[in-house]
Design a protein around this ligand. Structure first.
Ligand code: ADP
Length: 606
């Protein structure tokens, strides 16, 4: 493209000279003798315009030579009457003058076009959306950004008009503000309203609107518009939170006022009653102080100012003490504690206690119709896994992850139970600071289990025992090759974390490759709990790897633990590989299924 343009710079003036000369030579009779001067002037102006100064000057010179040679007496010679010098000089200078003007005009036009497009680009890029309106309020220009913001093209946006775009409940306010602005020259206002996008989604737009209708050169109502949906949502969340927080704070204060009054009035006559009132007042003071502490924690987490005091302590003692104190204060509940001793941990005792209290508090709060709460603290691979299980209202899958977000409360429970939606968020942060993790398993209507894992002070690598080819055992798994049956036997032990599931999975894979096993007997009966996220890993990554290594049949013996089984079913559901997975309650059933499919396969291949 560039080379065509380069050639045309020379070619166009040349062709014009030739064409003009041909016309003149052949049509002198019709055009008369003076015409060449005029025609050649046009050629020079055009050549300068199109090809620049130098080519313009050369064209001018060539044209003068042609005129002298072809049209001045005596023709076909470069000599001419001396009086004609004047004509030639006038011709040459008029050409130079006119082309100079043309050239300057071209340059200034180019410059102003460039400036205009730069300004337009700047306006369109610098502000989110630019809308210009005439004095009737109708949009006359809408910048292209409107498409990403609303899904409408500028043309569609203009055609629809604001009455179709603004959400009905905000239309009156929008029209009122716009009309007021239209009537007030040079006035400015900020208009914020909800709009409906083309896809039906509601967004919030905020415009800085200026009345420049009487400003020469602009003559428009100029709106610079931003999408403020995120800000509006945050503001609403904040308002909602302030409402909830005030209510949550007010309830214990009112209770304290009431109980104190009652205690005062019964202090002398019925001291027993007065004590009971004071006890209830004290409970409310504790609740109040917890709420205030949560609020302080949130602000410290936000500003990164949360401080921790690490010391070495025994987590099993802390569990014992905390559960005991809950048993005293909540006699209506039955607490079962499974607690492994000697869980020495380097951490902030007070903060970890806060986490445990929060989990047990929630277990009590969200199981109004059930008494049992099972708490456990078990050691696995140098880490402690703490779980609090209730049999209460449970949480549906769609809300399960979000409960760890700040301010998040499941809608159905927010109405019935007190709370700020901060406890789990704070607990997650505390555990992160201890190199740990918090997760939840739950089924709506059946209950929940919240668990966390923290590294212990003496985090030692699990000692593995293996012969390298057919046998392996560590704290979380044992793998052995059954040469008689020609299958691999895997036994998972105790608590499983994402890490143990992933590393053990790789160990099994290694043994599958070494022993060329097509069949796996996978026994989970000794599993006490597992990391719920590991089901994604199992289904999406591990099973396809096992299939690629040659595994065809996978007999899965279920655990006693219902959440582990939920994770097992989930990873089988997610399994897109050719490995056929079957679940069994007993190891014997699993083994007989494997024998069956094995003989079937052997028959087929024979
Ligand atoms: P709060 O309990 O103060 O609302 P949390 O952060 O402790 O705040 O919990 C967040 C949300 O998670 C709760 O509002 C509730 O909907 C849900 N939740 C927490 N624990 C449980 C539980 N054991 N059973 C059912 N839902 C729970």
């Amino acid at each position: 493209m560039k080379s065509v343009k380069k050639v045309s710079v020379y070619l166009v003036p040349l062709l014009l000279i030739l064409l003009t000369t041909l016309i003149k030579v052949n049509m002198t009779e019709v055009l008369g003798n003076r015409t060449p001067f005029l025609l050649y002037t046009t050629v020079v102006i055009f050549a300068t315009w199109y090809s620049g100064w130098l080519i313009g000057l050369i064209t001018n010179f060539v044209c003068i030579l042609l005129i002298i040679y072809l049209f001045l007496e005596p023709i076909y010679s470069f000599s001419f009457a001396p009086r004609l010098w004047v004509h030639i000089l006038i011709f040459a200078s008029q050409n130079i003058f006119l082309s100079m003007m043309g050239y300057a005009l071209k340059k200034s036009l180019k410059k102003s076009r460039e400036a205009e497009s730069k300004l337009k680009l700047l306006l369109e890029e610098a502000c989110d959306l630019l809308v210009l309106r005439d004095k009737s309020g109708k949009a006359t220009y809408v910048s292209p950004r409107v498409f990403e913001m609303t899904g409408y093209t500028p043309e569609e946006y203009i055609k629809l008009g604001f009455d179709k775009l603004v959400e009905p409940e905000y239309l009156e306010m929008f029209t009122g503000k716009l009309n007021l602005l239209l009537k007030s020259p040079n006035a400015h206002d900020v208009i914020r309203a909800a709009f409906k996008r083309k896809d039906g989604q509601v967004i919030w737009l905020e415009g800085d609107v200026y009345n420049y209708l009487e400003r020469p050169g602009i003559n428009a109502l100029v709106s610079h518009i931003k999408n403020v949906t995120v800000r509006v949502k945050l503001e609403r969340q904040k308002d909602e939170f302030i409402g909830i927080a005030s209510h949550e704070l007010k309830t214990p204060i009112t209770n304290i006022q009431g109980f104190t009054k009652l205690a005062k009035s019964t202090l002398y006559d019925k001291p027993e009653k007065a004590k009971a009132f004071l006890d209830r007042s004290e409970n409310n003071i504790q609740r109040l102080s917890r709420l205030v502490n949560d609020l302080l924690d949130i602000s410290k987490i936000n500003t990164g100012k949360q401080t921790y005091h690490f010391e070495t302590f025994d987590l099993s003692n802390l569990m014992e003490e905390t559960v005991q104190s809950f048993a005293l204060t909540h006699p209506e509940h039955r607490f079962e504690l499974i607690n492994e001793p000697n869980a020495l941990l380097k951490g902030d005792r007070f903060r970890l206690e806060q986490v445990i209290i929060n989990l047990i508090d929630n277990a009590i709060k969200y199981s109004p119709a059930s008494r049992d709460i099972v708490i456990s603290q078990q050691i696995a691979n140098g880490r402690s896994v703490v779980s609090v299980q209730d049999f209460g209202i449970g949480i549906s899958e769609e809300h399960l992850q979000a409960v760890f977000d700040r301010f998040y409360r499941v809608d159905s429970s927010a109405m019935k139970f007190q709370g700020l939606g901060l406890g789990l968020f704070i607990a997650s942060d505390i555990l992160k600071q201890h190199g740990g993790n918090l997760w939840a398993e739950s089924k709506l209507g059946e209950g929940s289990r919240f668990s966390f894992i923290v590294p212990l002070a003496s985090l030692a690598a699990a000692n593995a025992d293996t012969d390298g080819s057919s046998y392996f055992k560590n704290d979380s798994i044992s793998v052995s090759y059954n040469a008689l049956q020609n299958w691999l036997e895997v036994r998972w032990l105790g608590y499983q974390t994402r890490e143990t599931v992933e590393t053990s999975g790789l160990i099994i894979l290694d043994f599958v490759k070494k022993t060329q096993s097509k069949y796996v007997l996978n026994d989970n009966s000794l599993v006490k709990g597992n990391w719920s996220d590991s089901s994604d890993h199992g289904g999406n990554i591990w099973f396809p790897m096992m299939a690629a290594a040659g595994v065809k049949y996978f007999a899965w013996v279920l655990s006693e633990d219902k959440f582990s089984n939920m994770a097992a079913y989930k990873s089988s559901e997610m399994n897109k590989s050719d490995v056929l997975v079957r679940f069994f309650k007993e190891e014997a059933e699993a083994a007989s299924w494997l024998e069956e499919v094995k003989s079937e396969l052997e028959k087929r291949s024979a």
